[in-house]
Design a protein around this ligand. Structure first.
Ligand code: HEC
Length: 259
Protein backbone atom coordinates (compact mmCIF):
# COMPACT_ATOMS: atom_id res chain seq x y z
CA UNK A 1 0.00 0.00 0.00
CA UNK A 2 2.62 2.52 1.10
CA UNK A 3 4.71 1.98 -2.00
CA UNK A 4 1.89 3.13 -4.21
CA UNK A 5 1.65 6.20 -2.03
CA UNK A 6 5.27 7.13 -2.65
CA UNK A 7 4.99 6.52 -6.35
CA UNK A 8 1.87 8.60 -6.57
CA UNK A 9 3.53 11.49 -4.72
CA UNK A 10 6.57 11.31 -7.03
CA UNK A 11 4.47 11.09 -10.15
CA UNK A 12 2.44 14.10 -9.08
CA UNK A 13 5.61 16.04 -8.31
CA UNK A 14 7.18 15.18 -11.67
CA UNK A 15 4.03 16.28 -13.44
CA UNK A 16 3.81 19.49 -11.48
CA UNK A 17 7.44 20.50 -11.98
CA UNK A 18 8.38 19.51 -15.47
CA UNK A 19 6.82 18.61 -18.66
CA UNK A 20 4.12 21.06 -19.64
CA UNK A 21 2.83 20.07 -23.06
CA UNK A 22 2.77 22.97 -25.54
CA UNK A 23 -0.66 23.92 -26.76
CA UNK A 24 -1.19 23.40 -30.47
CA UNK A 25 -1.32 26.31 -32.88
CA UNK A 26 -4.69 27.62 -33.93
CA UNK A 27 -6.80 27.06 -37.00
CA UNK A 28 -5.58 25.95 -40.39
CA UNK A 29 -1.92 26.83 -39.76
CA UNK A 30 0.80 24.28 -40.47
CA UNK A 31 1.97 22.72 -37.18
CA UNK A 32 5.52 23.83 -36.31
CA UNK A 33 8.33 21.26 -36.07
CA UNK A 34 9.38 20.34 -32.53
CA UNK A 35 12.92 21.59 -32.08
CA UNK A 36 13.87 19.97 -28.75
CA UNK A 37 15.20 23.07 -27.02
CA UNK A 38 17.95 22.93 -24.44
CA UNK A 39 15.66 24.86 -22.08
CA UNK A 40 12.91 22.19 -22.29
CA UNK A 41 12.36 19.50 -19.68
CA UNK A 42 13.12 19.02 -16.03
CA UNK A 43 16.82 19.92 -16.24
CA UNK A 44 16.50 22.56 -18.96
CA UNK A 45 19.01 25.43 -19.06
CA UNK A 46 19.71 28.26 -21.47
CA UNK A 47 22.72 28.19 -23.76
CA UNK A 48 24.64 31.42 -22.94
CA UNK A 49 26.13 31.67 -26.43
CA UNK A 50 22.75 31.16 -28.12
CA UNK A 51 21.26 33.86 -25.86
CA UNK A 52 24.02 36.30 -26.82
CA UNK A 53 23.70 35.56 -30.52
CA UNK A 54 19.91 35.79 -30.24
CA UNK A 55 20.22 39.16 -28.57
CA UNK A 56 22.44 40.32 -31.43
CA UNK A 57 19.74 39.27 -33.92
CA UNK A 58 17.04 41.04 -31.91
CA UNK A 59 19.13 44.21 -31.64
CA UNK A 60 20.25 44.36 -35.26
CA UNK A 61 17.08 43.11 -36.96
CA UNK A 62 13.89 42.87 -34.89
CA UNK A 63 14.38 46.00 -32.75
CA UNK A 64 13.73 48.23 -35.74
CA UNK A 65 10.05 47.20 -35.53
CA UNK A 66 9.50 45.38 -32.20
CA UNK A 67 9.90 46.64 -28.62
CA UNK A 68 10.91 44.54 -25.63
CA UNK A 69 9.27 46.61 -22.95
CA UNK A 70 9.39 44.09 -20.09
CA UNK A 71 13.18 43.86 -20.23
CA UNK A 72 15.60 46.41 -18.80
CA UNK A 73 19.13 46.62 -20.17
CA UNK A 74 20.52 45.53 -16.81
CA UNK A 75 18.56 42.26 -17.02
CA UNK A 76 21.07 41.26 -19.69
CA UNK A 77 23.69 40.82 -16.96
CA UNK A 78 21.54 38.87 -14.51
CA UNK A 79 22.24 35.24 -13.63
CA UNK A 80 20.52 32.75 -15.91
CA UNK A 81 20.44 35.16 -18.89
CA UNK A 82 22.99 36.15 -21.53
CA UNK A 83 25.17 37.28 -18.58
CA UNK A 84 26.82 40.25 -20.25
CA UNK A 85 29.23 42.17 -17.99
CA UNK A 86 28.08 45.45 -16.46
CA UNK A 87 30.40 47.37 -18.76
CA UNK A 88 28.89 45.60 -21.78
CA UNK A 89 25.37 46.42 -20.55
CA UNK A 90 26.28 50.10 -20.18
CA UNK A 91 27.65 50.17 -23.70
CA UNK A 92 24.52 48.43 -25.10
CA UNK A 93 22.19 50.86 -23.29
CA UNK A 94 24.12 53.83 -24.65
CA UNK A 95 23.22 52.83 -28.20
CA UNK A 96 19.54 53.63 -27.45
CA UNK A 97 17.74 56.90 -26.85
CA UNK A 98 14.86 57.06 -24.35
CA UNK A 99 12.37 59.81 -23.62
CA UNK A 100 12.65 61.38 -20.17
CA UNK A 101 11.22 64.38 -18.41
CA UNK A 102 9.55 66.70 -17.95
CA UNK A 103 12.53 69.00 -17.32
CA UNK A 104 12.37 72.25 -15.32
CA UNK A 105 10.57 73.92 -18.24
CA UNK A 106 8.00 71.16 -18.53
CA UNK A 107 9.45 69.74 -21.74
CA UNK A 108 10.13 66.08 -22.47
CA UNK A 109 13.63 65.37 -23.71
CA UNK A 110 15.67 62.48 -25.09
CA UNK A 111 18.77 61.07 -23.45
CA UNK A 112 21.06 58.05 -23.77
CA UNK A 113 19.47 54.99 -22.16
CA UNK A 114 20.84 53.77 -18.82
CA UNK A 115 21.04 50.15 -17.59
CA UNK A 116 17.85 50.62 -15.55
CA UNK A 117 15.79 51.68 -18.62
CA UNK A 118 13.60 49.22 -20.52
CA UNK A 119 14.20 48.53 -24.22
CA UNK A 120 12.26 51.36 -25.88
CA UNK A 121 9.77 51.00 -28.70
CA UNK A 122 11.14 52.04 -32.08
CA UNK A 123 7.93 54.02 -32.64
CA UNK A 124 6.58 57.00 -30.65
CA UNK A 125 3.11 55.38 -30.40
CA UNK A 126 0.88 52.63 -31.79
CA UNK A 127 -0.53 54.72 -34.62
CA UNK A 128 2.97 55.50 -35.87
CA UNK A 129 3.82 51.79 -35.69
CA UNK A 130 0.74 50.86 -37.70
CA UNK A 131 1.33 53.63 -40.23
CA UNK A 132 4.83 52.28 -40.87
CA UNK A 133 3.64 48.67 -41.25
CA UNK A 134 0.67 48.87 -43.57
CA UNK A 135 -1.83 49.01 -40.71
CA UNK A 136 -0.45 46.00 -38.79
CA UNK A 137 1.00 46.36 -35.31
CA UNK A 138 4.35 44.69 -34.55
CA UNK A 139 3.66 43.24 -31.09
CA UNK A 140 6.00 43.66 -28.14
CA UNK A 141 8.21 40.57 -28.08
CA UNK A 142 8.91 40.27 -24.32
CA UNK A 143 6.31 37.55 -23.72
CA UNK A 144 5.70 36.36 -27.27
CA UNK A 145 6.88 32.74 -26.73
CA UNK A 146 4.20 32.46 -24.02
CA UNK A 147 1.55 34.39 -25.91
CA UNK A 148 1.35 32.07 -28.91
CA UNK A 149 0.25 28.44 -29.06
CA UNK A 150 3.24 26.30 -30.00
CA UNK A 151 5.59 28.59 -28.03
CA UNK A 152 9.22 28.59 -29.12
CA UNK A 153 8.60 25.98 -31.83
CA UNK A 154 6.04 28.29 -33.43
CA UNK A 155 8.26 31.40 -33.31
CA UNK A 156 11.15 29.49 -34.86
CA UNK A 157 8.94 28.00 -37.59
CA UNK A 158 7.34 31.37 -38.36
CA UNK A 159 10.67 33.18 -38.72
CA UNK A 160 12.23 30.58 -40.99
CA UNK A 161 9.06 29.37 -42.74
CA UNK A 162 8.19 32.02 -45.36
CA UNK A 163 7.27 30.57 -48.74
CA UNK A 164 5.96 31.73 -52.09
CA UNK A 165 2.18 31.84 -51.97
CA UNK A 166 0.69 28.66 -53.48
CA UNK A 167 -1.18 29.06 -56.73
CA UNK A 168 -4.67 30.40 -56.30
CA UNK A 169 -3.93 32.26 -53.07
CA UNK A 170 -4.46 36.01 -53.59
CA UNK A 171 -1.91 38.16 -51.74
CA UNK A 172 -2.76 41.80 -51.11
CA UNK A 173 0.23 44.18 -51.25
CA UNK A 174 1.94 44.32 -47.85
CA UNK A 175 1.02 40.75 -46.92
CA UNK A 176 3.40 37.81 -47.12
CA UNK A 177 2.69 34.11 -47.28
CA UNK A 178 3.67 32.09 -44.21
CA UNK A 179 2.00 28.71 -43.68
CA UNK A 180 2.66 28.76 -39.91
CA UNK A 181 0.59 31.91 -39.40
CA UNK A 182 -3.12 31.26 -38.89
CA UNK A 183 -4.70 32.16 -42.23
CA UNK A 184 -1.32 31.94 -44.01
CA UNK A 185 -0.87 35.70 -44.38
CA UNK A 186 1.33 37.95 -42.28
CA UNK A 187 2.11 41.65 -42.50
CA UNK A 188 5.71 41.15 -41.38
CA UNK A 189 8.10 41.10 -44.34
CA UNK A 190 10.64 38.23 -44.37
CA UNK A 191 12.79 39.31 -41.40
CA UNK A 192 15.80 37.01 -41.81
CA UNK A 193 18.07 36.55 -44.84
CA UNK A 194 21.26 34.48 -45.03
CA UNK A 195 24.23 36.30 -43.44
CA UNK A 196 22.05 39.22 -42.33
CA UNK A 197 24.11 39.62 -39.17
CA UNK A 198 27.77 38.94 -38.61
CA UNK A 199 27.99 36.96 -35.39
CA UNK A 200 30.72 38.19 -33.10
CA UNK A 201 31.49 34.58 -32.04
CA UNK A 202 32.11 33.50 -35.66
CA UNK A 203 29.03 31.24 -35.97
CA UNK A 204 27.67 31.10 -39.53
CA UNK A 205 24.55 33.25 -39.71
CA UNK A 206 22.16 31.03 -41.64
CA UNK A 207 18.43 31.79 -41.49
CA UNK A 208 17.99 28.58 -39.48
CA UNK A 209 20.73 29.54 -37.01
CA UNK A 210 19.43 33.08 -36.53
CA UNK A 211 15.84 31.97 -36.03
CA UNK A 212 16.96 29.35 -33.46
CA UNK A 213 19.10 31.90 -31.64
CA UNK A 214 16.59 34.75 -31.55
CA UNK A 215 13.87 32.32 -30.40
CA UNK A 216 16.18 31.08 -27.64
CA UNK A 217 16.67 34.70 -26.61
CA UNK A 218 12.93 35.44 -26.71
CA UNK A 219 12.21 32.42 -24.54
CA UNK A 220 14.57 33.93 -21.99
CA UNK A 221 12.82 37.32 -22.12
CA UNK A 222 9.50 35.54 -21.48
CA UNK A 223 10.93 33.37 -18.73
CA UNK A 224 14.11 34.88 -17.27
CA UNK A 225 13.79 32.82 -14.05
CA UNK A 226 13.53 29.45 -15.86
CA UNK A 227 16.86 28.07 -14.61
CA UNK A 228 16.16 29.06 -11.00
CA UNK A 229 12.65 27.63 -11.24
CA UNK A 230 13.86 24.29 -12.57
CA UNK A 231 16.60 24.09 -9.95
CA UNK A 232 13.98 24.71 -7.29
CA UNK A 233 11.69 22.06 -8.81
CA UNK A 234 14.52 19.53 -8.62
CA UNK A 235 15.21 20.40 -4.96
CA UNK A 236 11.50 19.96 -4.20
CA UNK A 237 11.61 16.52 -5.82
CA UNK A 238 14.57 15.47 -3.68
CA UNK A 239 12.86 16.84 -0.60
CA UNK A 240 9.65 14.98 -1.40
CA UNK A 241 11.56 11.75 -1.99
CA UNK A 242 13.33 11.97 1.35
CA UNK A 243 10.14 13.01 3.08
CA UNK A 244 8.19 10.12 1.56
CA UNK A 245 10.94 7.70 2.66
CA UNK A 246 10.81 9.00 6.22
CA UNK A 247 7.04 8.72 6.26
CA UNK A 248 7.24 5.15 5.00
CA UNK A 249 9.62 3.97 7.69
CA UNK A 250 7.97 5.86 10.52
CA UNK A 251 4.53 4.56 9.55
CA UNK A 252 5.90 1.05 9.44
CA UNK A 253 7.37 1.48 12.89
CA UNK A 254 4.17 2.93 14.33
CA UNK A 255 2.02 0.13 12.93
CA UNK A 256 4.55 -2.57 13.97
CA UNK A 257 4.39 -1.33 17.57
CA UNK A 258 0.60 -1.48 17.55
CA UNK A 259 0.53 -5.17 16.70
C1 HEC B 1 9.90 45.71 -40.84
C2 HEC B 1 9.34 45.55 -39.54
C3 HEC B 1 9.56 44.21 -38.83
C4 HEC B 1 10.74 43.57 -38.53
C5 HEC B 1 12.16 43.98 -38.91
C6 HEC B 1 10.39 42.40 -37.77
N1 HEC B 1 9.03 42.33 -37.61
FE1 HEC B 1 8.00 40.92 -36.60
N2 HEC B 1 6.23 41.78 -37.10
C7 HEC B 1 6.10 42.95 -37.85
C8 HEC B 1 4.69 43.23 -38.03
C9 HEC B 1 4.13 44.41 -38.80
C10 HEC B 1 3.98 42.20 -37.39
C11 HEC B 1 2.45 42.00 -37.32
C12 HEC B 1 2.08 41.00 -38.40
C13 HEC B 1 0.61 40.74 -38.54
O1 HEC B 1 -0.14 40.94 -37.57
O2 HEC B 1 0.21 40.27 -39.63
C14 HEC B 1 4.98 41.32 -36.81
C15 HEC B 1 4.67 40.17 -36.09
C16 HEC B 1 5.62 39.38 -35.46
C17 HEC B 1 5.30 38.26 -34.61
C18 HEC B 1 3.90 37.77 -34.22
C19 HEC B 1 3.33 36.79 -35.20
C20 HEC B 1 1.98 36.29 -34.74
O3 HEC B 1 1.81 35.11 -34.45
O4 HEC B 1 1.06 37.14 -34.61
C21 HEC B 1 6.49 37.73 -34.17
C22 HEC B 1 6.68 36.54 -33.27
C23 HEC B 1 7.54 38.54 -34.76
N3 HEC B 1 6.97 39.52 -35.53
C24 HEC B 1 8.87 38.32 -34.51
C25 HEC B 1 9.90 39.05 -35.13
C26 HEC B 1 11.30 38.77 -34.91
C27 HEC B 1 11.86 37.71 -33.97
C28 HEC B 1 11.98 39.64 -35.70
C29 HEC B 1 13.48 39.71 -35.89
C30 HEC B 1 14.12 38.52 -36.39
C31 HEC B 1 11.00 40.48 -36.39
N4 HEC B 1 9.75 40.08 -36.01
C32 HEC B 1 11.31 41.51 -37.27
C33 HEC B 1 7.13 43.73 -38.32
C34 HEC B 1 8.48 43.42 -38.24
Amino acid sequence: MMRFGIKAVLAAAVLAVGLSAPASAAGDAKPPAEMGWQFDGLFGTYDRNALRRGFQVYKEVCASCHSLNQIAFRNLSQEGGPEFSEAEVKAIAKEYLVEDGPDDYGDMFERDALPRDKFPSPYPNENAARAANGGAYPPDLSLITKARGGGADYIHALLSGYEDAPEGVEMRAGLYYNPYMAGGKIAMPVPLLEELVEYSDGTEATVEQMSMDVTHFLNWTAEPELEQRKRMGFMVLIYLTIFAGLMFFSMRKIWADLH
